[in-house]
Write a protein that binds this ligand. Sequence first.
Ligand SMILES: CC(C)(COP(=O)(O)OP(=O)(O)OC[C@H]1O[C@@H](n2cnc3c(N)ncnc32)[C@H](O)[C@@H]1OP(=O)(O)O)[C@@H](O)C(=O)NCCC(=O)NCCS
Length: 283
Amino acid sequence: MEGIAHTIKNLYKRSDSAAGAGMRCSPEPSGILMPIFTNWSSPPNELRLEHDAIHVWRASLDCDIGLLKRLEASLAPDEKSRAARYVFQRDRDHFIAARGILRTILGAYVHRPTANLRFTYGPEGKPALQLIGGEPSIRFNLSHSHGLAVYAFSNHREVGIDVEAIRRNIARDEIAGRVYSVPELAEFHALPLELKNKAFFLCWTRKEAYIKARGSGMGIPLDSFEVSLTPDQPEVLRSADSSRWTLRSLQPAPEYVGAVVGEGSDWVLRLWDWWNWELRYQA
Ligand SMILES: CC(C)(COP(=O)(O)OP(=O)(O)OC[C@H]1O[C@@H](n2cnc3c(N)ncnc32)[C@H](O)[C@@H]1OP(=O)(O)O)[C@@H](O)C(=O)NCCC(=O)NCCS
């Protein structure tokens, strides 16, 4: 697994050159389903979180040692102690990178030094930004899988995000049987074998993104809501409160799938690359 995220980074550096040559997608108007294969761009120097947008960032967590040290210096004492509890260095480094990168992006949005940012945690552990002297309007959520992190940021609307590397060495059918709802299982079983792996992770990430938007961990029965899972078909969320949310798919890298769920339907998705931006950013 060593270096996978770096490979992805290089792959996307190449695809960004193509984007620069005119292939870059602009955000789609609300209500139109964005294709799962989307391009990611370099963010502007001055970040502005529009009310009608959700910004999603992707980042490699395999940082060089100099960057990792800078990111680590921005962490709060509780984050440093949490990092120290990881048994394996790779997991520790990825946690430091994920939280450090979160701080660099949040700091740029709210114009605060990264080390001054404080987090509070919801009843099920969802982190939120604490600002002295007022309720922050910025909301965020993050997810990481196999060296790749995705972050969602929004203005006043709750968000949840999830990413997974598409893996083959998992007890796919058994897990699906335990955690997917009856309609999801029916859709899953009807698929040809070659689509099942991707469908499994599409379903997983869509369910997780919804759960995370609501700030719940195990609090929501997994069969109490449904998502669509057939690859290359529109993303659908059916839940008791589905009119409150919009679900969108992401593909942050080859062999990864992701999903974001945001409050309301009057928003567009903007996709930013951290690894271009961090070169300009001083943590
Ligand atoms: C926290 C939880 C919601 C997601 O965790 P995960 O998928 O293992 O990991 P991810 O990388 O996607 O997300 C972890 C991040 O989500 C955030 N998070 C933690 N608790 C959260 C919550 N209750 N709601 C939203 N976000 C949360 C944190 O930032 C965390 O990362 P950090 O602590 O390193 O900063 C998960 O632990 C959980 O409880 N899931 C239960 C649902 C389930 O069983 N799903 C099966 C698939 S359908």
